[in-house]
Every structure is written in structure tokens, then in C-alpha cells.
Design a protein around this ligand. Structure first.
Ligand code: ADE
Length: 235
């Protein structure tokens, strides 16, 4: 998979992309991630990427020119059209289902905005999908792009040491994950549930599922209703 991140702050993204699971996936060639600065596609002496909004209003708006030129630069020679994504609080809200869908893409181009937003013609002209990571406003799309990349890269086959662990993640079956424990068996008076030490595989699986359902019912009952309406399955 290839991911191009278009940003005004590549230096803010670089360390994140070199660390942990993403860094390992990049180093092993599972995913190729490139950072491109819009400012390298400006033609005026000030290297402007934004301007005042027509019709007045607060703040500045990302201009079309640098965004289109940067996209054309990263997509030249591409045989199949990449999936274009604008990170914006007005977009489709990111969830595990959308992550799974985007993880199937061969080539993603992520456009990070700054200032008050993108000139509308960027979205229209690039036929870009808009994605939001939640109902709050960030000062730029970079942290949102890093969230999206993290969620997508861990789904790439081979990205996690243990192939099963992505399938066990919270949300992967529409439920939150069960509680986890590791050594020691007893810590400050808190004990690991007996069943996990029993070695009884079927009982352990039943406990995990029950805990997962209980936790989801307590914390995110909306997820249970979503599952029921999707599959008719009763929790
Ligand atoms: N840019 C600013 N806020 C954002 C959000 N919530 N999601 C994605 N991109 C953003």
C-alpha cells in the first residue's frame, strides 16, 4: 500500500511515521508513506498557500493551486486513480468500518488542511472524500491523518507481530475488547480472574466474550444497537 500525505508540516508527521508498528511496516516495505509539502508547489515570493476568504469572514483558506499541483505531483504516472481524502471536521466520521474499507485501497492521498479550511474547489475538483476523526476541531489535519494511517497500517497483513491481534481489537467485531491481564497474578490486592489461569480454553473464550458484551453494554450501548440492526443478532 502507498500513502501520500500532503501537509504544511511534514516535520510534525515524520517522527510518528518512523515509530512503532508504522515505522516497522514502512521499513519492511509493507507500506510506503511519503510526505509532501504544499509549500514546494507555490510560485510567489511569499510561498503562499492560503488567502483571505471571498465574501469576508474570519481566518484564511487553503488555496487551490498548491493543493492541485501537489496532488498532480504525487499521482503522476499512477495507473489507477488513488483514493483522495481531505481531513476535515466536516467529513464522514471515522470508525472501524471506514478504516477497514480504506485499508483495502492500494494508494491513499491524504490532504491535511490548515487555517479555516480548504477552498471548496479542492474537494470538488479532486473528487475527494472527506473524513473527520471526531466532533472537535483540530488546528490542522496532520494529527487526524496520523490517526487514520495508524488505524489502516495495523490492518495490513503482517503489520502486527501476531496476526490474530488485529482481529481481537476493540470494534473489529463491533464490540469493545475484554479486559486484559499480565503478570503478576496478584498486584496490590488485585487478582487476575481465576478463569484466565485455568487453562480451560472454552471457558476462557466464553469469559472473554461475556466481558466484551458487558463492557460494550456499559460503555457503548450504541454499538450493540448498531450490530443488532445490521445482522439481526441479539447480544
Ligand atoms: N481538521 C481539523 N479538525 C479535524 C477533525 N476533527 N478531523 C479531521 N480533520 C480535522
Amino acid at each position: 500500500m502507498r500513502v501520500d500525505v500532503l501537509t504544511l508540516f511534514p516535520e510534525a508527521c515524520q517522527p510518528f511515521l518512523e515509530s512503532s508498528i508504522i515505522g516497522r511496516a514502512v521499513r519492511s516495505g509493507l507500506v510506503e508513506i511519503s510526505l509532501t509539502n504544499y509549500r514546494d508547489f507555490t510560485h510567489d515570493v511569499h510561498r503562499s498557500v492560503d488567502d483571505r476568504p471571498f465574501g469576508g469572514g474570519q481566518g484564511m483558506v487553503m488555496m487551490c493551486g498548491p493543493a492541485f499541483d501537489a496532488v498532480e505531483h504525487v499521482t503522476q504516472g499512477c495507473e489507477t486513480p488513488p483514493t483522495m481524502i481531505l481531513l476535515t471536521p466536516q467529513g464522514e466520521r471515522l470508525n472501524q468500518r471506514l478504516v477497514e474499507e480504506l485499508a483495502e485501497s492500494r494508494h491513499l492521498v491524504l490532504l491535511c488542511g490548515h487555517y479555516e479550511g480548504f477552498d471548496e474547489r479542492i474537494r470538488i475538483g479532486l473528487k475527494a472524500r472527506e473524513v473527520s476523526i471526531g466532533d472537535y476541531v483540530l488546528s490542522g489535519g496532520e494529527s487526524a491523518a496520523m490517526v487514520l494511517i495508524d488505524a489502516i497500517v495495523r490492518l495490513q497483513p503482517g503489520a502486527l507481530g501476531d496476526e490474530k491481534s488485529a482481529a481481537d481489537d476493540s470494534f473489529s467485531h463491533g464490540l469493545l475488547e475484554h479486559p486484559q491481564y499480565t503478570r503478576p497474578r496478584s498486584f496490590r490486592g488485585m487478582d487476575v480472574p481465576e478463569v484466565l489461569l485455568s487453562g480451560h480454553h472454552a471457558q476462557i473464550e466464553a469469559w472473554k466474550r461475556e466481558q466484551s458484551l458487558k463492557r460494550t453494554a456499559e460503555r457503548r450501548p450504541d454499538l450493540l444497537s448498531d450490530r443488532e440492526s445490521e445482522s439481526g443478532e441479539q447480544a
